[in-house]
Design a binder for this molecule. Structure first.
Ligand code: HEM
Length: 471
């Protein structure tokens, strides 16, 4: 009876004064869930055309208000009390990682990561990352003789190398065991492929089994006692494990929490490096400009070398503009008023979710970026070679032309490390390898559409390359 009453309540929901346009979809309860899950970018673009920069849709019984006015993202999301990120994070942790961690607090996680991924800690981390990468690209580690050609998919090549580099650097284990590293990467990829379906609870029986077995393998590898504990208290991971132990979290839950952290720290960088190199390989003028810049800084130390690279920075910004597609989700804890950048006021309803999707606006907004679907390597460069920061919409300066690292109050604490790792990987590949497309006219693969909402996009296919280590 109670279920029926709740159902009736949902069916009967109508738009109240000052609330955003309401679009419940045709199917009772389910609403737009299927279309939303299948390709969030396509669905939300359609809704934006129909309703404008703010609207509420129904999806699987939940009402979701979607905000697409990028000039008010920071102001709206700064209310971390009434717009709570913990409850939905808990739901996803359970669905994806089989993890129940009531003590998980995104705010304190962010603070911890800020301490360990910035300042002097970051310098040490980057230098260790550089050493690990150099080790992984030696002929013996790659199983390649110098000058011998090998074929691979670019996605697998980039993701594999960066995952292994990051794992050695952040998780500090399996240093001398390349077979184990390869196994961990394989299991991680199997799990990562199914992740969007786990989050939406749309896995079939076979996928459920694959995900469970990959998770089991990873949990085993990630048991805190297997990991490098030498510098336990100084490292981000050691500090995290210590906190879990202090909170009395049992050993099984600790292993599961490690997988959550593995994904947060490794799930985006490899795919971003793939798109960046993919765009370079399919845009010769961009590749030429980046090569020249790398050549100019070859003699400098890592830190210096990475500092003054306006062309590379523009290429990276442009890549992230085209491929960073996180759906930032908050739960509305109490009825709340918000203001759009034009001053218009809207009322959010308690119990609904609020989503911000920077991929649609500002990143793919044709009023901000001309031909937004095109890769233009110098889009973020001024004519004098400095970084271009001024972009406009309807004559008004856009606060952020791209939002790959999240909004002001919730910026990714690992962003500098991610940038450093991507730059180091790409410049190592371009200087240490001959690398070319198997088919010179090949195009970048399309995006795997159900990945919208989960950070950096992934390709539906791969780009075949051949490479050899330079003598
Ligand atoms: C959170 C993007 C790489 C550590 C976030 C968020 C975004 C993001 C958008 C905020 C999500 C939200 O507001 O809901 C990215 C992108 C990356 C990347 C695009 C690579 C291209 C990394 C790396 C690390 C890292 C390499 C660490 C080594 C974190 C952590 C959080 C976070 C710890 C907070 C998670 C939490 O709430 O518990 N990232 N990130 N990220 N990121 Fe990154």
């Amino acid at each position: 009876l109670l279920g029926l009453a709740v159902l009736l309540l949902y069916v009967r929901r109508t738009r109240r004064r000052n609330e955003p346009p309401l679009d419940k979809g045709m199917i009772p309860w389910l609403g737009h869930a299927l279309e939303f899950g299948k390709d969030a970018a396509k669905f939300l673009t359609r809704m934006k055309q129909k309703h404008g920069d703010i609207f509420t849709v129904r999806a699987a019984g939940q009402y979701i208000t979607v905000l697409l006015d990028s000039n008010c993202y920071d102001a709206v999301l700064s209310d971390v009390v009434l717009l709570d990120q913990t409850s939905y994070a808990q739901v996803l942790m359970k669905r994806i990682f089989s993890l129940n961690l009531p003590s998980h607090n995104p705010e304190s996680e962010k603070r911890r990561a800020e301490i360990h991924f910035q300042g002097t800690a970051l310098t040490q981390l980057c230098s260790s990352m550089q050493n690990n990468l150099q080790h992984l690209v030696t002929p013996s580690e790659m199983g390649l003789k110098v000058s011998e050609w090998k074929k691979d998919g670019l996605f697998n090549f980039c993701y594999g190398l960066l995952f292994k580099t990051g794992y050695l650097t952040v998780f500090g284990a399996e240093k001398n065991n390349s077979a184990a590293l390869a196994e961990i990467y394989e299991a991680f990829r199997q799990f990562d492929k199914i992740l969007p379906k786990l989050a939406r609870t749309t896995v079939n029986k076979e996928e459920k089994q694959i995900a469970s077995s990959a998770r089991e393998k990873l949990w085993k590898w990630l048991t805190p006692t297997h990991l490098d504990r030498k510098s336990e208290h100084q490292s981000w991971l050691g500090n995290y494990v210590q906190q879990l132990q202090d909170e009395g979290v049992d050993a099984e839950t600790q292993r599961r929490a490690m997988l959550l952290q593995l994904w947060v720290t490794h799930g985006n960088t490899g795919p971003a490096a793939f798109w960046l190199l993919g765009y370079l390989l399919t845009h010769p003028e961009a590749l030429r400009a980046v090569r020249e810049e790398i050549q100019g800084g070859k003699h400098l130390r890592l830190e210096e070398r990475q500092k003054n690279t306006p062309v590379f920075d523009s290429v990276l910004s442009e890549t992230l503009r085209l491929t960073a597609a996180a759906l930032i989700t908050r739960e509305v804890k109490q009825d709340k008023k918000i203001h759009l950048s034009n001053g218009q006021e809207y009322q959010l309803r308690r119990g609904d979710r609020l989503c911000v999707f920077p991929f649609i606006s500002p990143q793919m907004d044709p009023q901000i970026h001309q031909q937004p679907e095109m890769f233009q390597f110098d889009r973020f460069l001024n004519a004098d070679g400095t970084e271009k920061k001024d972009f406009f919409k309807d004559g008004v300066r856009v606060k952020c032309p791209s939002v790959p690292w999240g909004t002001k109050d919730n910026l990714c604490p690992g962003r500098q490390f991610a940038i450093s790792a991507i730059k180091e990987l790409v410049s190592t590949i371009l200087t240490r390898f001959d690398l070319e497309l198997c088919d010179k006219n090949a195009k970048l693969p399309l995006v795997y559409p159900s990945r919208y909402g989960f950070g950096i996009l992934q390709p539906a296919g791969d780009l075949e390359i051949r490479y050899r280590i330079r003598s």
